[in-house]
Design a protein around this ligand. Sequence first.
Ligand code: CTP
Length: 400
Amino acid sequence: MLKDKNIILGITGSIAAYKAAYIIRALVKKGAKVQVVITPAGKEFITPLTLSTLSRNPVISEFFSNRDGTWNSHVDLGLWSDAMLIAPATAATIGKMANGIADNMLITTYLSCKAPVFVAPAMDLDMFAHPTTQENLDRLRSFGNHIIEPSEGELASHLIGKGRMEEPDVIIQRLEDFFVGQQELSKKKVLITAGPTYEKIDPVRFIGNYSSGKMGFALAEVCAQKGAEVTLIAGPVSLSVHHPNIRRIDVESAEEMYQQAVKLFPETDAAILCAAVADYRPQEQAEEKIKREATGEIALHLVPNKDIAAALGKMKKKNQIVAGFALETQDAVAHAQEKLQRKNFDFIVLNTLTDEGAGFKHDTNKVTIIDKQGIIKDYPLKQKQTVALDIVNKLTELLV
Ligand code: CTP
């Protein structure tokens, strides 16, 4: 997929710059043409000689050569490229990209680039977690840039946490997946449910759960990147959508989510039911806030909510695909298989809370995909974005 692709590789001043050498080697091996653009700080970490030898191309760093006045045109470079990858991307470069501070060749190239841009951050855990960095990354996402989330591990500071640039083979895989999948789902309509639902007790209290919505939002982004028209029915979450092909519908309760889902499903090619829907709601919802002094001890009478997944499974036509999730704590595979049958899913994504780093509160997840033919595939612990790609690849296999 990378054969004859023109790739700009932007390198910035991080210890992870040495990994750029592996990235270039892999890209060149796969037949890509690589043009390195390095920031002045980047050159402190890896020499242009290494990079030009591996890429078989002179490395660009300055706007013009002091020696002979040759002008490096960032505009031409931007037009030449099929993709731009910035790996490693420091907090400073990410900040400049997010705010258009074009004070070096890499940023001017970025601003001129019409091709898709991939950014692989590398920095210390506190720098990565800082709201400024996160806001800047959100801005880049809103421009349609692809952020290759860093993984957790030992950092240059010897601290352990999230900020370590993703490994070269994972980065290359993301680029390949992008080129393979660019249009795979074009003209397909995908419906996704995500996040928790809140079931009202009174005007200020609810029954909810810990779902962050991250998995469902990642699925929506990946489907949209593959060309699908996505409708995302989201429970109460503090996440934003970035891709212009995602239509977001916010709901609060399971009943609202159900109403939207059954209304929209007939128009869609596939549904992925990722929401952690509350199974029960209070039978009565108090109109006024329940006062402790006046009420004393209370018992909530709970009644079951409608099963959205089962409803769509029943409505499903021959050419439609429905996929769901199962979160199990014991006899996981057997329970997931039973759920797959009962809800008439085409495949089910199984999570177990017992795996470290998997489940509700993490950015990572470890899943097993079971399809209705009985094929069971285990995946290793990965970033939720990458897990989303595995799930959408499975969907694509069945849909296209
Ligand atoms: N689901 C749904 N509507 C519900 C409950 C669940 O759409 N009211 C979907 C979830 O989004 C998920 C799948 O069904 O894709 C399985 O959810 P889970 O809570 O594991 O299953 P339940 O049917 O609630 O079974 P149990 O609680 O007995 O495990």
